[in-house]
Write a protein that binds this ligand. Structure first.
Ligand code: AMP
Length: 120
């Protein structure tokens, strides 16, 4: 399946809809989730057109991959959640529960997070 350039995060990247930005570099953008699940809930995305972690880990170059991974750590430190701990998560595809088809890393923190996965 081809990347859908009309997904909501592609529109954010093009500046067509606003976001509450927390970080940007040449390869990565991060913004607050519009419907936060925890005290801190940020989405970290690559600027390139990657649908998912599966697509990104296959097709992104090493610079893009390093940029995303380093950005997640940097953002956590800048938001002040690194010392007490936080969680990163990416939903991939239908079984993973992915809703927006542009890779995004959820960064949750600012509180105790409890069980990793709640039974459905
Ligand atoms: P996922 O289910 O992993 O695809 O997560 C999609 C996430 O995107 C959800 O947590 C939504 O709340 C979030 N989201 C959807 N639209 C926006 C938006 N315009 N700005 C920020 N976050 C959004």
């Amino acid at each position: 399946m081809a990347y859908d350039p009309n997904n909501i995060f592609a529109k954010i990247l093009r500046g067509e809809i606003p976001c509450s930005m927390v970080y940007e570099d040449d390869h990565t953008l991060a913004f607050h989730d519009i419907n936060p699940q925890t005290a801190v809930h940020v989405l970290v995305i690559p600027k390139g057109p990657y649908q998912s972690w599966d697509d990104f880990s296959t097709n992104a170059n090493d610079v893009e991959i390093a940029a995303l991974i380093r950005a997640v750590g940097k953002i956590a430190r800048e938001l002040g959640v690194a010392e007490e701990g936080y969680r990163v998560l990416s939903n991939i595809g239908e079984f993973g529960g992915q809703e927006v088809p542009h890779l995004h890393i959820h960064l949750f923190g600012g509180q105790k997070l409890g069980r990793m996965i709640k039974p459905a």
